[in-house]
Design a protein around this ligand. Structure first.
Ligand code: ATP
Length: 838
């Protein structure tokens, strides 16, 4: 049962008991409050939900289409029948498509068939009568491209698709309670127990002291009403929604609400390199070919060639062929516009086109001369791409990929004088040297085929290749990432790089970014594959760089870390990263470069693909949790104060200082205005200077329980003292209750200031830094003041105006004592804490 439902039931019982005892006004007030609470709670939660949904829509799926002969990226929901859609691995098919071209296109159709083996697609016409699963020239909405490329035109969208027809039956909702909800519900259970206990204790004590049973029942009702933090569910939703909004402003879009607070306890971040830590803005710097290193000349921002292809081919054949191979095994496009060079597709491949153009090789011309025959597009797990080309009667296969991978396919090396014997050591040395300068290194090779291949399958693992050369490109670290990593480290979070790139490149970039010291060890995918879980568990503690890691190995790293008790955030962008993203506490996908599959598996999406946004999200996560804790502390400690006041009055055989309606007034109206405002507290200085919160730590820590007790006692004593004073002075219970109520209201006004920081003095924070809180505090006071003077409110709340300045002065003076008490508690307990442990 939700805490809101639980508190409503208790209140309902309270109302019934009150009616039974003839307290019609109080019962009516409780009923009105119940209704209001439900309405406000519902609208607040709806509002929060709507805004969170709107933010999530920022990460709505996008699709690449061809319109007016040019490639565009549009939102999937804007597709119309007839649009030509481009498919690649990781895309969730956005509409029903009739395929017009496919390159090793395989689609997972388990959504329809339950069969998880991907179906290979083709473009030939088929019999109309075929069943859906056999229509291999179609791609259906909701299915996922697992590998290859394709294009097709839209034949149906939205509800008219095959998926649309069955969507109603398939809606699955994730109903599992999130950690925060679980924690909150545990907390609500504790509170309910406290409510029950205080009612029973009150009743028992009172009866033992000889109070009439009727009075005791009234008292039990009052205690229940006082102890329930009615505002808590709303505060929870609003605080999380505010957190989501703040994160979105910092380019981190939350897909699952609890991620907001899990982020705050993250202890480990495993980040991809390309695009997240670096800019994914590749520029080819140098080419190693024929045993020599060549710088790539010319301005990378302009395509003016510094030479021509014929001269280059004659002078440095291996260099020419290396660049040519880069152009022919390439799916990217570059255009020259008035703003400079515009690229489409993989930046690595676009960089190869630009480099070739700078050296005089025009890519369209090259693609015309060497006509395309078959293609094996790049997939990260394969680490290479290949293309079969025809020129005259020659069939050539060109390969580009990770140097070790390509080298394994080669038997000779291209030199100026022609192919000669290959010395793999020499090539690997050259690759290592380039990588140690932080360059991303790709290798190129080619072979003449003795006869035309029957299809791409035949050249899947090309052999007998001639090694052509190595291309080294820089991909500068993103601005701000170095500082963000240092910031995470100061915040007690370990940052590691998990990359598909070469170990030496990883080392160089890791060093530049401050992830690892010079010469720090790197764990490669190959080593990782030989380790058992125990060995890996020991190793992950020491290593911050993981290179040539396959997606399923990333999953293993995540699992091993989680078994260490780490709270793991991990980034991923490929189709096969989805399991690792799901397994992590926080799966992070890329908004720009990631695949749909990765985005769907993620808890959070980085709108700008930038690591800096993860750092920002962690900060916001911590702030959100802090604010939740502050609001809860505020609510619970003021609740405790009223309970103690009532119990003490009874023990002292005094009249009860509050009627139930007044307690609701305190809990919901005056308190309710301020606790929601605590959701808007700006972060405290140093949120990122303390270690991550321990996972098991509750919303209210043991120290805050202790502080709750102190606050409860101080406020209760102050209220009781003024209540007694007024009772003795005036002899009027109504006047004394008015004073008690007003004292509590003013106590709350001061105490909300105390609650703004767990460990800083109230005076260290400007009252205007949370203007909303300032306004609501003032409003709470004005509303209360009006209630004292307006007849209907006077009737319902049983209050009267406080006209005597002396009464006000006494109230102010006594209420200020909560500031002193909390300051002392903060001071005394500060020394005994680990930094950040509050
Ligand atoms: P990260 O995993 O950090 O994003 P990455 O981009 O280097 O790094 P992958 O995309 O998995 O990782 O690529 C793995 C390797 O495959 C690269 O290091 C490179 O050697 C090779 N590679 C990358 N892009 C291409 C491409 N378009 N064509 C051929 N080979 C490529």
């Amino acid at each position: 049962m939700s805490s809101a439902a639980r508190s409503s039931i208790i209140l309902l019982l309270a109302a019934l008991v009150t009616i039974a005892l003839g307290g019609y006004v109080d019962a009516a007030v409780i009923a009105v409050v119940l209704t209001l609470n439900a309405i406000i709670g519902f609208t607040q939660e709806r509002k929060a939900e709507v805004s969170v949904r709107a933010l999530m829509r920022l990460a709505s799926p996008r699709v690449r289409v061809i319109r007016e002969g040019k490639e565009w990226e549009i939102e999937s929901r804007r597709l119309v029948v007839g649009d030509v859609v481009l498919l690649e691995s990781g895309v969730r098919v956005p509409a029903d498509l009739r395929l017009t071209s496919t390159t090793a296109l395989a689609v997972d159709e388990s959504l329809f068939t339950g069969e998880s083996v991907p179906v290979t697609k083709q473009t030939r016409p088929l019999d109309e009568a075929l069943a859906l699963v056999d229509r291999t020239n179609m791609a259906y909405t909701g299915t996922v491209v697992t590998s290859g490329r394709g294009r097709g035109y839209v034949v149906a969208t939205g509800p008219r698709t095959e998926l649309g027809a069955i969507a109603g039956k398939m809606r699955v909702e994730d109903k599992t309670a999130t950690p925060l909800q679980q924690r909150m519900s545990r907390f609500a259970r504790v509170i309910s127990l406290a409510v029950a206990a205080s009612a029973v204790v009150g009743f028992g004590l009172g009866s033992a002291l000889g109070h009439p049973p009727m009075e005791m029942i009234m008292l039990a009702v009052a205690l229940s009403v006082a102890a329930i933090p009615e505002g808590l569910p709303v505060v929870l939703t609003v605080t999380l929604a505010v957190g989501v909004g703040r994160m979105a402003r910092r380019r981190a879009i939350i897909r699952r609400l609890p991620a907001v607070e899990t982020l705050g306890s993250t202890t480990f971040i495993g980040s991809d390199k390309t695009g997240t830590l670096t800019e994914n803005r590749m520029t080819v710097e140098e080419v190693w070919a024929g045993g020599q290193l060549f710088p790539v000349r010319g301005d990378p921002d302009r395509l003016e060639p510094v030479g021509d292809a014929a001269a280059l081919s004659a002078e440095h054949c291996p260099l020419y062929l290396t660049l040519l191979a880069g152009v022919l095994t390439n799916e990217a496009e570059i255009y020259v516009t008035e703003h400079g060079i515009e690229t489409r597709g993989d930046p690595t491949e676009a960089a190869l086109l630009v480099a070739a153009a700078r050296m005089g090789i025009e890519h369209e011309e090259a693609r015309d001369i060497y006509a395309m025959f078959a293609e094996i597009p790049f997939e990260p797990e394969r680490q290479y791409s290949a293309s079969v080309r025809v020129r005259g009667d020659r069939y050539l296969v060109f390969v580009k990929g990770a140097p070790e991978r390509v080298l394994g396919m080669c038997t000779s090396l291209m030199a100026d004088e022609g192919a000669r014997e290959l010395s793999p050591g020499q090539v690997l040395d050259a690759a290592r040297q380039m990588a140690s300068r932080g360059l991303r290194v790709l290798a190129m090779a080619y072979a003449d085929l003795p006869h035309p291949p029957h299809g791409p399958e035949e050249v899947r693992e090309p052999e007998g290749q001639t090694f052509l050369g190595l291309v080294g490109m820089i991909d500068p670290p993103r601005a701000g990432v170095h500082d963000a990593i240092a910031g995470c480290q100061r915040a007690g979070i370990r940052v590691v790089m998990i990359t598909g790139d070469h170990a030496v490149t990883a080392q160089a970039i890791g060093r530049q970014l401050g992830i690892a010291a010079p010469g720090a060890p790197v764990l490669t995918g190959a080593e990782l594959a030989t380790m058992d879980d125990d060995a890996l568990r020991r190793r992950v503690k020491q290593v911050s760089l993981f290179a040539r890691v396959a997606p399923e190995q990333k999953l293993r790293v995540v699992q091993v870390l989680r078994s260490h008790g780490e709270v793991v955030a991990v980034t991923g962008d490929g189709v096969n990263d989805a399991p690792a993203l799901k397994a992590a506490d926080i799966g992070i996908a890329m908004g720009k470069s990631g695949t749909d599959v990765a985005r769907e598996a993620a808890d959070m999406i980085l709108a700008d693909d930038n690591f800096v946004s993860i750092h920002a999200a962690v900060e916001e996560g911590r702030i959100t949790f802090d604010n939740l804790r502050k609001a809860t502390f505020f609510l619970v400690s003021t609740g405790a104060a009223t309970v103690v006041t009532i119990l003490a009055a009874m023990v002292l055989s005094w009249p009860i200082p509050f009627v139930p309606a007044q307690l609701l007034w305190l809990n919901l109206v005056t308190n309710g205005l301020q606790d929601v405002a605590l959701a808007f507290e700006p972060g405290e200085r140093g949120v990122l200077e303390r270690p991550p919160r321990r996972r098991a730590e509750g919303i209210v820590s043991s120290l805050l329980w202790e502080r709750t007790l102190v606050a409860g006692l101080v406020m209760a004593i102050g209220t009781l003292a003024l209540f007694r004073w007024e009772l003795d002075e005036s002899g009027s219970l109504t006047r004394a209750q008015t004073v008690a109520l007003t004292t509590m209201v003013v106590f709350q006004m001061f105490h909300v200031g105390n609650s703004r920081s767990e460990f800083l003095s109230v005076f260290a924070k400007s009252p205007f830094s949370n203007f909303f809180l300032f306004i609501t505090t003032a409003a709470a006071f004005l509303v209360h003041l009006s209630a004292l003077h307006l007849a209907p409110a006077q009737f319902v709340l049983r209050v009267e105006p406080l006209v005597h300045p002396g009464a006000w002065l006494r109230i102010l003076a006594v209420a200020a004592s909560i500031l002193v008490a909390m300051e002392i508690h903060k001071l005394v307990r500060r020394g005994s804490l680990r930094p950040g442990e509050i």
